[in-house]
Design a protein around this ligand. Structure first.
Ligand code: AMP
Length: 286
């Protein structure tokens, strides 16, 4: 595995592979890698000649009061995980290499509509930051395929649309959410949870599965489903849990639906103490 730290070294290496006709798969991450990231690396390994993983904690996607400064880091563990998963190139840029010496860009990539609900509504500017940096990484790496987790379904849908709208010659591939034995989705932010909070955190996937069961039982009103989901969380009596959102949206443009008639996503963001956990499920209607 080659560890690359500068744009110019990256471009040179990518150019060599492209000249050899190699198919390049790309997995962008913010590091503190876990089994969810590994599952994307495996997908990429299976479908490409060359697998590139980037680790860049993108400051543009953090709000002023968010956790940029304390976002977990473990470069040694991350390097080992990439090696174990047969990654070819690990790109570890310094901030100034991506954002310039002033750490400040004057050009951004923005998206409309798809960022109106869910995390887009709660984290203003977040997806502008994501789209801008992912665009830059796409321009640098010129991947044939890029892999994003369904765990961040709004990000996946936004990147799919951005790539289509802006004609990035890349195929966007979504990977299933990897979960721990008890159902909690793997997330770098799980590292913030105390042992006690980690146990409580299963309320997140449990709420989603509770709503899925209600849909299976024939309840189709979003309002009723969300009210029951909220009640489910209240009944669990978790003292430091605070719901950020629980929403039901369509699976294409991520707009709120009143009745479950088409494929929908049930998505949740819940604080356990100071840790914000997100998760979602898709309910298919054929
Ligand atoms: P992050 O490092 O959190 O920015 O995530 C990098 C990529 O890994 C994103 O495409 C995420 O959606 C994906 N990812 C994060 N957690 C999981 C998970 N539990 N299962 C599958 N993919 C994930």
């Amino acid at each position: 595995m080659q560890i690359i730290r500068t744009k110019s070294d990256l471009r040179t290496l990518i150019c060599t592979y492209k000249n050899q006709g190699k198919v390049i798969g790309f997995v962008p991450t913010m590091g503190y890698l876990h089994a969810g990231h590994a599952s994307l690396m495996q997908l990429a390994r299976g479908g490409n000649d060359v697998v590139v993983v980037s680790i860049f904690i993108n400051p543009l996607q953090f709000g002023a009061n968010e956790d940029l400064d304390k976002y977990p880091r473990n470069i040694r563990g991350d390097t080992e995980l990439c090696q174990k998963n047969n990654v070819d190139i690990l790109y570890l840029p310094e901030s100034y290499d991506i954002l310039g010496t002033n750490l400040h860009l004057l050009s951004y990539v923005n998206i409309t509509l798809l960022d109106q609900n869910l995390c887009g509504a709660k984290r203003p500017g977040h997806f502008k930051g994501v789209c801008t940096i992912i665009s830059k990484l796409f321009n640098l790496i010129t991947p044939d395929k890029a892999y994003f987790g369904r765990k961040d379904i709004q990000q996946l849908r936004i990147i799919e649309r951005m790539a289509a709208d802006l004609d990035f010659p890349v195929q966007i591939i979504g990977g299933e959410t990897s979960r721990d034995k008890d159902g909690l989705a793997f997330s770098s932010r799980n590292a913030y949870l105390s042992d006690e909070e980690r146990k409580m955190a299963i309320i997140v996937p449990e709420t989603l599965e509770f709503i899925r069961n209600l849909i299976d039982l024939g309840i189709s009103s979003s309002e009723a489903l969300i009210a029951q989901g909220q009640q489910f969380i209240s009944n669990a009596n978790i003292s430091n849990a605070k719901l950020d959102y629980l929403e039901i949206v369509d699976d294409i443009l991520l707009q709120k639906v009143t009745e479950i008639k088409q494929n929908i996503i049930v998505a949740i963001a819940l604080y356990i103490g100071k840790t914000r956990l997100i998760d979602n499920i898709t309910v298919l209607r054929t």
